[in-house]
Ligand binder design. Structure first.
Ligand SMILES: [Zn+2]
Length: 96
């Protein structure tokens, strides 16, 4: 299963931070079996992100349910599930 989390980071910024990116906490309930046991970090996988600055191999955080064993991946909001291309990002800055 893939879930999208919001990030103001551009594909370039996300790629540059790699594993140092502040990935979101896992959901409090497994989206499959609804158990309240915590989801555990289950490594990363790589996928392409095509943007105006070229193709980057970005890391996608994955969590695994320790009850049912299924995995949930967290895609940054600039990714489209099942597509490599990233939609254009508006040209404005976010408050810090
Ligand atoms: Zn589960």
């Amino acid at each position: 299963m893939q879930q999208i989390f919001h990030t103001p980071a551009s594909p370039e910024e996300y790629w540059q931070l790699g594993k140092e990116f502040a990935f979101p906490d896992p959901p409090r309930f497994c989206p499959f079996c609804r158990t309240s046991l915590p989801l555990r970090k289950h490594g990363f996988y790589r996928r392409n992100a095509l943007s105006g600055r070229g193709t980057r191999r970005i890391l996608i955080r994955r969590y695994r349910c320790c009850f049912c064993g299924r995995t949930v991946s967290f895609l940054p909001s600039f990714c489209l599930p099942y597509f490599q291309i990233t939609p254009p990002i508006p040209n404005y800055s976010f408050p810090v």
